[in-house]
Design a protein around this ligand. Structure first.
Ligand code: PLP
Length: 382
């Protein structure tokens, strides 16, 4: 049996990907050329959305989206606490206030009822995080957004390739944000994208990623070719042609990879069905789950974690609830009690390896090691 270290997630790079990047390197454009537009058009198509704006990473995508919807000082944005810190940090980048909502016990997805309890006259938007790759309850969230006049944003960094009620992830909110970090559904090494049907949001995002400089070419023509106008304070959040060439090549394989992740998840489900100590998160019926993560709850998680790591299985914990980070505790006074469901889950969750190249043997080794880790003092393979 192969005893090499198994990570929790990893990219798949093939010769086509390498050839695509080399071709971009040999072209006239290294950045902001034809590959960017082609990649944006392809992601827009895959998500059934009108506009896609590429940026340099998922965090920049969240920040760009916060700018697009006009988040400013004092504006409250409701975010789930069971997410990567960047989801909440992006609100702070615009001087807004992230307000943490708790998650549902069985899925760890943002709980629409907890969202409603957090709405105040200063609330401007809700960010739904498709935790682990499973789409949130968008029907409930959209009706809240409509009722209270809020923007609904999806942090879909985990869920590209997934779907709900036959709508692809990306088409379930006013704006949706993706990351192309190597562990995510497809990779550009570093990269991000925002999709939306709102032309005004798309225009603001294109400006924001390029220093806040007006991109209206006709205006430039009438004022002289050299002339440009900076109308907002933006950033250099551009994504290069090299990255986009890789992204295009990767996107062609997304549906195959999503199916593979779903097969691996069902294989895990079968293995754990009769093991009362290992409780996988619940998949809701009408979703196609993208399985960026496969998360189980186990007792004595810290001990199980060490035993797994010692046996060469790269388990991980996603996530430390954001409201428990010292930065948020000190600045906003959050802490234990703010989101009790997430806090309790945090002591039990463990992410098992899942990625397209994970083999059946590696999955079996993971399952056996986990079963052993729960019963024995030493753990398999040590
Ligand atoms: C990965 C991730 C991000 C940040 O994406 P980067 O590309 O790493 O900046 C934001 N939110 C979630 C939920 C993520 O998983």
């Amino acid at each position: 049996m192969d005893q090499a270290f198994i990570p929790y997630g990893r990219q798949h790079i093939d010769e086509e990907d390498i050839a695509a990047v080399v071709a971009a390197l040999r072209s006239d454009w290294l950045t902001t050329g034809p590959e960017v537009e082609r990649f944006e058009a392809s992601v827009a198509k895959v998500t059934s959305m009108k506009h896609a704006v590429a940026v340099c990473n998922g965090t920049a995508a969240l920040h760009t989206a916060m700018f697009a919807i006009g988040i400013g000082p004092g504006d409250e944005v409701i975010v789930p606490t069971m997410t990567f810190a960047a989801t909440a940090n992006a609100v702070l980048f615009q001087q807004g206030i992230p307000v943490f909502a708790d998650v549902c016990e069985n899925t760890l997805l943002i709980d629409p009822q907890k969202v409603e309890e957090r709405i105040t006259p200063r609330t401007r938007a809700i960010v739904a995080v498709d935790y682990a790759g499973q789409p949130c309850d968008y029907a409930a969230l959209q009706s809240l957004a409509n009722h209270y006049g809020l923007v609904l944003m999806a942090d879909a960094c985990h869920s590209l390739g997934g779907a709900q009620a036959n709508l692809p992830c990306g088409a379930l909110a006013d704006l949706s944000v993706f990351s192309f970090h190597p562990v995510k559904p497809i990779t550009t090494a570093e990269g991000g994208m925002i999709v939306t049907n709102r032309a005004d949001f798309a225009e603001r995002m294109r400006r924001f990623r390029n220093h806040g400089i007006e991109t209206d070419h006709r205006k430039r023509m009438s004022n002289g070719q050299w002339h440009y106008e900076m109308t907002d304070l933006g950033f250099n959040y551009r994504l290069s042609d090299l990255h986009c060439a890789l992204g295009l090549s990767q996107l062609a394989k997304l549906s195959e990879w999503t199916v593979r992740r779903q097969q691996l998840a069902s294989a895990y489900d079968v293995c754990f069905a009769n093991h009362p100590g290992i409780r996988p998160l619940v998949k809701t019926p009408d979703v196609s789950h993208a399985y960026h993560l496969y998360v189980v709850r186990v007792p004595k998680r810290d001990i199980v974690f060490s035993r797994m790591r010692n046996a060469g299985i790269g388990v991980n914990v996603h996530y430390v609830p954001v409201h428990l980070h010292p930065y948020y505790r000190h600045r906003f006074g959050t802490g234990y009690g703010t989101c009790p469901v997430a806090e309790a889950a945090y002591n039990e969750i463990l992410s098992l390896p899942i990625y397209p190249d994970l083999t059946g043997d590696q999955l079996q080794r993971t399952v056996e090691t986990l079963r052993f880790a729960l019963t024995d003092g030493k753990g398999a393979g040590s």
